[in-house]
Design a protein around this ligand. Structure first.
Ligand SMILES: [Zn+2]
Length: 247
């Protein structure tokens, strides 16, 4: 009870089985009580439609954003509150690691991805043409949606969307610090994000680039095949010489 005080009333409402059946897990989103991918997908989509209007718009934008599917899932987790952040741990009564490792404030998604002094140093770089700065946004959704309509400055040499890559970089740097005690500087996080975005775009371009069609390769072969008989004796000529009746 001291570990999960917020669940105290719910725990007291549990009635033990009169037939003394042992406890087991049940997946409530299916009739059988067992989990299936289909019922999991249905439950996830229902959660999205039941989410506040602002989050519904954010979810839709996440799935339409031209970025890596891995990052789409990650952004969805940030908005859904599904990351193992201090704030989310506190909601489950796990009070041991709720503070930001960099500054000691409560670790919310807004804090770690927008407002922490360490993160602000990344966003203080002039990345976009407008004066858009994610650190000035109140919520993560607001920053994410605004980043989609902001144009990046040409010197960065980016054709895609850098916001998800930076957010992912902040998250991996935070984990590196917590679990391996290694600190990445804001410059290192930003540089890594730019490099990852470029690599992803190059890999994607090489996959989607059209391959030469069969007609073209046939044409190329036809044009480069010799049209004249070679002057040196060929295999047939040698055979003709060996088996010639006159020899
Ligand atoms: Zn902090």
């Amino acid at each position: 009870m001291s570990i999960l005080p917020q669940h105290f009333p719910e725990i007291l409402r549990i009635k033990p089985s009169v037939t003394r059946v042992t406890d087991s897990y049940m997946w409530l989103a299916s009739k059988s009580g067992t989990y299936s991918a289909k019922s999991g997908y249905y439950a996830a989509t229902t959660m999205e439609t039941e989410a506040p209007i602002e989050n519904q718009r954010t979810f839709k934008t996440i799935w339409n954003r031209k970025t890596s599917p891995k990052l789409q899932l990650f952004l969805w987790k940030v908005v859904q509150g599904a990351l193992v952040l201090g704030e989310n741990l506190a909601k489950r009564g796990l009070m041991a690691n709720v503070a930001c490792r960099y500054c000691g404030e409560i670790e919310t998604s807004e804090h770690i991805f927008l407002h922490c002094y360490h993160t602000r140093q990344i966003w203080s770089n002039t990345i976009w043409t407008s004066n858009f700065n994610p650190a000035n946004c109140d919520s993560f959704s607001e920053a994410f949606l605004a980043s989609g309509s902001s144009i990046m400055l040409p010197p960065w040499g980016l054709v895609g969307d850098i916001f998800p890559w930076i957010v992912w970089g902040i998250w991996t740097a935070r984990n590196l610090y917590i679990f391996e005690n290694r600190v990445l500087t804001p410059v290192e996080i930003l540089t890594k994000a730019i490099r990852s975005e470029k690599e992803w775009h190059q890999a994607r371009a090489s996959i989607t680039q059209p391959r030469p069609s069969l007609t073209h390769s046939r044409l190329w072969l036809d044009l480069h095949l010799p049209t004249e008989r070679p002057t040196a004796p060929g295999y047939g000529d040698i055979l003709e010489y060996i088996f010639s009746p006159s020899s």
